[in-house]
Design a protein. Structure first.
Length: 167
């Protein structure tokens, strides 16, 4: 059954999507005026220095695109009036499963970053977890420790692979 929380989620997601499309299709002069107005308010320069492997970035972007496409499909089912309640419930459950999977992946990456100070990318598919580590040092001992640490996050047995890529 569709509840208020799912309706709000779909509503807010649609609003964000519409605003994003509006922002992308704005004329350059309007955008420049907005940026100039904002720029005049900022008095101190802000330097952001993000160092992350381009491999990890490309993996994250491709995974995000796939997840967004799946989410759009499920949301289309939720909004389709010709779909049955069972189909809408299945789409809602799949949407929640996608969000849970994404949060588990982020939890794994955060744990690896905090425990081993390594940048990583985690992907969960069924009971398989694939982890890519951006590091020039390839250590089987580190890989084994990462596998044990990640397995400790889950109650059920997972098949975990760790792959090292040069940063």
């Amino acid at each position: 059954m569709i509840n208020k929380q799912s309706v709000w989620f779909v509503t807010l997601f649609s609003l964000i999507l519409v605003l994003s499309i509006y922002y992308i299709t704005m004329q350059d002069s309007s955008l420049q005026n907005i940026l100039n107005d904002i720029g005049s308010e900022v008095t101190t320069p802000v330097n952001v220095d993000v160092k992350e492997s381009s491999l990890l970035v490309s993996l994250r972007v491709s995974e995000e695109e796939a997840v967004l496409k799946e989410m759009e499909n499920y949301q289309a089912i939720l909004l389709d009036t010709s779909k049955t309640t069972e189909e809408k419930n299945a789409a809602y459950n799949n949407l929640m499963a996608l969000q849970n999977k994404k949060s588990d992946e982020e939890k794994i990456e955060k744990t690896i970053k905090e425990t081993y100070s390594l940048d990583s990318f985690a992907k969960i598919k069924d009971d398989t977890i694939s982890i890519v580590i951006a590091s020039t040092e390839h250590s089987s001992n580190t890989a084994n420790n990462i596998i044990r640490t990640v397995q400790a996050l889950f109650d059920e047995e997972k098949y975990i692979t760790v792959k090292f890529q040069n940063a």
